[in-house]
Design a protein around this ligand. Structure first.
Ligand code: ZN
Length: 316
C-alpha cells in the first residue's frame, strides 16, 4: 500500500507508481520510494558509484543522523526510521535532491545499468508482478517471454475446486474442538478459531489438490465461514449438554445419545433457541469478519495465477 506522504512527493517529482511504490527517473538516476513498518525507504540507483561517491553519500547521511542504509549494485537503500511521527517528506526530498545533483553532475552522459544483466543501454522501468525493476530491452523481451510461458503452464495445471472444498472442510473439523473449548471455558467465541479454520482449511485444500487460484481462495474462505457456524452450533449444544448433565446424571452412552437427540430437536423446533444460536453465530462473524476479509484479500493476491509485466502507472 502506498501512503499519502510518499504518493504526494512522487507526484511532485513527476514519478509514476505501482501498488506499493513510487518509481521513476530523476535526471539520470532511478528512484524508488515506499513505506515500511515504522519506516520510509528510498532506493537510489546511479550510473556509477566508486568509493569517493560512497563516501559522499555516507557524509550526507551522517550529517542528517541517518544510520540505516544498505549498498546495492550502483545504488543505495536509505531507511528513514519513524518512531513517534512520520519522517519529514521535506527532509527526504532535500537529501534526494542533493544526491541526484551530485551524481548527475559527475556522470552527466551515463544512465543506470540494467538490474538484470548490468548493461547500460536502453533501460526502462517495468513492474514485474508489481515489483518495479530497471531493465534493458533485451531483458524485458526475455522476461515477457518466460512470464507468458509460466502463465500458460499455470493455466494447464490440473486442480479441482470441489475436492479442494471437501479437503478444506475435512481438515478444519479438528478446529471445532478449539471453538468448543473457547465457548465452554471463556464463554465466548474468539476470532482465534476462525484463524484455525483458515490454516487447517488451506492445508486440506492443498492436500486434496484444490486448484491454486483466486477462486480457490474464495472457496477456502467459504469453507471457513461454514465451519464457524458449525463450530458455534456444536459448542452451543455442548454448553446445553453440560447444563443438562448437571441435573441428570448421565451414566451411559444411551443416555448421552438421548440427551444429544433432545438438544438437536430443541434447536430445530424452539424459536428462542434458534434466536440465541443465530445471535452467537452473527457475533462470531462480526468478530472474525475482519480476519476473513484480510485473509481473502491476501490469498487472492498471492494465488493470482497470471503474472504480469507492465509499465508503472500515473499517480492520480
Ligand atoms: Zn538487461
Amino acid at each position: 500500500m502506498l501512503w499519502p506522504g510518499i504518493k504526494k512527493l512522487g507526484k511532485e517529482l513527476n514519478l509514476k507508481r505501482t501498488d506499493s511504490e513510487v518509481v521513476g527517473f530523476i535526471k539520470n538516476c532511478f528512484v524508488k520510494m515506499y513505506d515500511g513498518r515504522n519506516m520510509k525507504i528510498m532506493e537510489l540507483y546511479v550510473p556509477e558509484m566508486d568509493d569517493d561517491d560512497k563516501n559522499y553519500i555516507i557524509k550526507k547521511l551522517e550529517s542528517r543522523k541517518i544510520k540505516r542504509y544498505e549498498w546495492c549494485p550502483n545504488g543505495v537503500k536509505v531507511i528513514f526510521t519513524e518512531i513517534f511521527a512520520p519522517y519529514s517528506m521535506k527532509k527526504i526530498k532535500e537529501l534526494l535532491d542533493e544526491l541526484i545533483n551530485y551524481f548527475s553532475n559527475k556522470y552527466p552522459a551515463q544512465k543506470p545499468q540494467c538490474q538484470h544483466c548490468g548493461q547500460h543501454n536502453e533501460t526502462d522501468i517495468y513492474c514485474i508482478n508489481d515489483a518495479s525493476l530497471l531493465i534493458c530491452n533485451d531483458c524485458h523481451n526475455k522476461i515477457k517471454k518466460t512470464t507468458h510461458n509460466e502463465n500458460l503452464e499455470q493455466q494447464n495445471i490440473k486442480g479441482n475446486y470441489l475436492w479442494g472444498f471437501i479437503g478444506a472442510i475435512l481438515f478444519a473439523i479438528p478446529g471445532i474442538l478449539l471453538t468448543v473449548l473457547f465457548f465452554v471455558f471463556l464463554e465466548s467465541m474468539a476470532a482465534v478459531s476462525a484463524v484455525i479454520y483458515i490454516i487447517l482449511g488451506t492445508i486440506g485444500y492443498k492436500k486434496f489438490k484444490g486448484k491454486i487460484s483466486p477462486v480457490g481462495a474464495v472457496i477456502i474462505i467459504i469453507a471457513g465461514l461454514i465451519m464457524v457456524a458449525a463450530g458455534i452450533t456444536i459448542s452451543y449444544s455442548v454448553v446445553i449438554l453440560r447444563e443438562i448433565s448437571k441435573e441428570l446424571e448421565i451414566i451411559n452412552f444411551d443416555m448421552f445419545m438421548d440427551a444429544v437427540k433432545i438438544i438437536s430437536k430443541a434447536i430445530l423446533e424452539m424459536p428462542e433457541m434458534q434466536k440465541e444460536l443465530l445471535k452467537n453465530i452473527i457475533l462470531s462473524y462480526i468478530v472474525s469478519g475482519f480476519y476473513f476479509v484480510y485473509q481473502l484479500n491476501k490469498m487472492v493476491k498471492e494465488w493470482k495465477n497470471q503474472k504480469s509485466v507492465d509499465k508503472p502507472r500515473e499517480i492520480v
